[in-house]
Design a binder for this molecule. Structure first.
Ligand code: COA
Length: 371
């Protein structure tokens, strides 16, 4: 029988710096009242100079590995979902792999905007279910503050920075990811996008002068799309898991707007106390919002082993998706692994490898010049 993909570890990392609505009032023509009534957001976290998408992802991953009690070297696959990657390439996942010292892992990024964490969760789970890998890290990480136009009140009040990570492990018991739905509709590509800086409009003085490297959004259209697909994909994914909505203990939706979540919950006939809502403190952290909300739900005792949980999200692409997970928790184990301590050796190994690569280049260079 094929193994199941259990979620055995989780972790989140958010910057310390808090940006309140009151501070935003001084930056753009907005008000705390407008932001709270229209979105439910009161404050968000903003990365400081030293913090990046990879550094937040690494922090969240170390916590997740610690909970799962597995060493970085036991991880077979690392997937980072992000819309604010460290670079266009290499993948942010490669940097995280190096930071962690996960020296046996393949690592790559996926770009499916706010839905990316759900897509990544499904991809990693299917790799586990096929028997091709045993342990995987899936991370949602964003520093959206770096790609937002801080003069555009329509977008800058919405987003925040942060990261969340899950460890997935193969297990025999019927638990973990039970079903998933992944959807896209590229005809809505203009509704939410960063037009400049890619191969369509490569970075130039003009693209920068026109602010094409910032997030552009048609808020109203995204709003209508979101409320529709959240309901559709929740119904679909629950049916796929051979469950009914009454069997679902908790819904953890993408945190884009409190009103979107309330409308979807109402249309699904699910009381709000079965939905996780933390947008007031973090804003929309895109693909990181679901794992961050999950970490908080666990810490508050809202999500326990054996519970059926629905993750549901939507975002640029357009993309949307959902997953049903029977919550597992860490596998019992006697040995104690300390992933954060192992990190020191990972940094040392990476440093030595860089030196060796330089020596190698010098030797090859001198051999080449003799030919
Ligand atoms: N502060 C004050 N006023 C603002 C404002 C701000 N930050 N942003 C927009 N406004 C104004 C608009 O200019 C408009 O003024 P007008 O009526 O004079 O033209 C008015 O508020 C209403 O704008 P509208 O866009 O209709 O508001 P809305 O109720 O749709 O709320 C959003 C706007 C962005 C909060 C809402 O559309 C939304 O959440 N959409 C989904 C966005 C999203 O989730 N994106 C991420 C997807 S992953």
């Amino acid at each position: 029988m094929s193994p199941y993909a259990h979620i055995t570890g989780w972790g989140m990392a958010v910057p310390e710096r808090i940006l309140t609505n009151q501070e935003l009032e001084k930056m753009v023509d907005t008000s705390d009242d407008w932001i709270v009534t229209r979105t439910g957001i009161r404050e968000r976290r903003i990365a400081s100079d030293g913090e990046t998408t990879a550094s937040l992802a690494t922090k969240a991953s170390l916590k997740a590995l610690d909970v799962a009690n597995i060493a970085p070297a036991e991880v077979d696959l690392i997937i980072v979902s992000t819309s604010s990657p460290e670079y266009l390439f290499p993948a942010t996942a490669s940097i995280v792999q190096d930071n962690l010292g996960a020296n046996k892992a393949g690592a790559f990024d996926i770009l499916a905007a706010c839905t990316g964490f759900i897509f990544g969760l499904n991809i990693a789970s299917q790799a586990i279910r096929s028997g091709s890998i045993k342990n995987s890290l899936i991370i949602g990480s964003e520093t959206l503050s770096r790609i937002i136009d801080w003069n555009d009140r329509a977008t800058c009040v919405l987003f925040g920075d942060g990261a969340g990570a899950f460890v997935l492990q193969a297990g025999e018991e019927e638990s973990g990811l039970l079903s998933a739905v992944m959807r896209s509709d590229g005809s809505g590509k203009d509704m939410l996008c960063i037009p400049g800086g890619g191969s369509r409009f490569p970075t130039s003085v003009e693209t920068v002068n026109q602010g094409m490297h910032f997030v552009k959004m048609n808020g109203r259209e995204v709003y209508r799309f979101a409320t529709r697909v959240m309901v559709q994909s929740t119904h679909e994914v629950v049916r796929k898991a051979n469950l009914s909505l009454d069997d679902i203990d908790l819904v953890i939706p993408h945190q884009a707007n409190k009103r979107i979540i309330e409308t979807a919950a109402r249309n699904l006939n699910i009381p709000m106390d079965r939905c996780v809502l933390n947008i007031d403190r973090f804003g929309n952290t895109s693909t990181a919002s679901i794992p961050i909300a999950t970490c908080e739900a666990i810490a508050e005792g809202k999500l326990n082993p054996g519970d059926n949980v629905v993750f549901v999200g939507f975002g640029a692409g357009l993309t949307w998706g959902a997953a049903v997970v029977r919550w597992s928790g860490p596998f019992p184990g006697l040995r104690v692994v300390r992933p954060p301590a192992i990190r020191f050796y990972a940094r040392l190994r990476s440093f030595v490898k860089r030196i060796l690569r330089k020596i190698d280049a010098v030797i090859w260079g001198s051999l080449d010049s003799r030919r």
